[in-house]
Design a protein around this ligand. Structure first.
Ligand code: NAD
Length: 339
């Protein structure tokens, strides 16, 4: 029997694609999700693909439900904690919702893990913990002085909570600070179901395929073309980094590390739009959003040398790969997963 991973948020974009990769590589998976933003449909799809003895899930809310009982039933070897609210714009409108869901959620998760003797946690963090870059590329030692949004602040606080539990030797962690995630599974069968998405490339492809109107919503910044520069990482490469982090904790007796995950290269918003137009061959209309985003950093590019060195990980997919898989995904699921 393979090692069993409890994936929180496994009904979401990154959680479902990571579950697919874990199952493909011999892990068993138990998902916890309240399906507030995620879907059972990708899990039904994965159950058909890998069998019900290897994948199960339960509709539970991290902030209110009895987690210990579920952890005792599942007895996972490690937890991959992807569940969170992660819409930056929404976090500015309703910070309290984000503080409660993400911070209280991580505290309850950690407490239940400790009580049920689950020691290892891989945590989905974000480059939003860094705020404006003081230098580029951003390595893991970059100060976390000023997260770029209430959402980013919740992730920083979650890291602090887990770090204190680790300091008193109750947990081992790996924090994965993702930069911008894009693409779908390589076969295009599992993807980002946010409808509309709040990710640039996803929305540009939706615009190109005529699913939604594409609108510019970035704040003007100090870059050569005036649009923000971001580091776009393919979601399957990201899933692979999760698997390596789990192996690092479970097999290599590693503990308590932080890794930036990106590609080490950046593209501006306007470059991405041009690229999507070229690669799809569709010259779609660009609209103007009613309001522009807040707290936009000029340039965010990851230094990924630590993940390369310690996890032996590096991205294998190009931006073109991400665009192609998103085109497949949105052609198969123009409206995302059915609830
Ligand atoms: N998508 C990105 O570009 C990106 C970048 C950096 C970090 N992250 C982090 O990665 C993780 C996954 O992101 P995603 O894009 O897959 O988001 P998503 O919204 O698709 O998935 C999140 C899942 O968590 C579940 N969830 C939320 N609150 C819950 C709760 N209280 N109890 C149980 N389940 C709950 C939702 O129902 C959803 O299925 C998040 O933690 C996010 O902060 C994402």
């Amino acid at each position: 029997m393979g090692k069993k991973i409890l994936v929180t948020g496994g009904g979401g974009y990154i959680g479902s694609i990571t579950s697919d990769l874990l199952l493909k590589n011999g892990f068993d998976v138990a998902v916890l999700d309240n399906f507030s933003r995620g879907y059972e449909t990708p899990l039904v799809f994965l159950k058909d693909k890998y069998g019900s003895e290897r994948l199960s899930w339960k509709n539970l809310d991290l902030t209110t439900d009895n987690l210990e009982k579920f952890f005792e039933e599942v007895k996972p070897d490690a937890i991959l904690h992807c569940a969170a609210l992660c819409n930056v714009g929404e976090s500015w409108e309703n910070p309290a919702l984000y503080f409660r869901n993400n911070i209280f959620g991580v505290q309850r998760l950690a407490d239940a893990a400790i009580k049920t003797n689950i020691k290892n946690i891989v945590f989905s963090s974000t480059c939003a913990v860094y705020g404006d870059a003081q230098y580029l590329p951003i390595d893991e030692k970059h100060p976390l002085a000023n997260p770029s949004s209430p959402y980013g602040a919740t992730k920083k606080m979650c890291e602090e909570i887990l770090n204190w539990y680790a300091k008193v030797d109750l947990l081992n962690y790996v924090f994965l600070r993702y930069f911008n995630v894009t693409g779908a599974s390589d076969d295009g069968e599992v993807g980002d179901s946010k409808n509309p998405s709040f990710h640039l490339i996803q929305n540009a492809i939706r615009g190109a395929l005529g699913i939604d109107k594409f609108e510019l919503n970035f704040a003007a910044v100090d870059t050569p073309d005036g649009s923000p520069i971001r580091d776009y990482l393919n979601v399957v490469d990201l899933a692979n980094a999760h698997m390596r982090s789990l192996n690092y904790l479970l097999e290599d007796q590693g503990k308590n590390e932080v890794f930036n995950l990106g590609t080490g290269a950046g593209n501006s918003v306007l470059e991405i739009i041009k690229l999507v137009k070229e690669r799809t061959g569709i010259d779609f209309q660009i609209g103007e959003a009613a309001s522009r985003r807040k707290g936009e950093a000029d340039k965010m590019i990851a230094d990924i040398s630590k993940a390369k060195k310690i996890l032996g990980w590096e991205p294998k997919h190009s931006l073109d790969d991400s665009i192609q898989t998103l085109v497949k995904w949105y052609k198969l699921h123009p409206k995302g997963w059915n609830k």
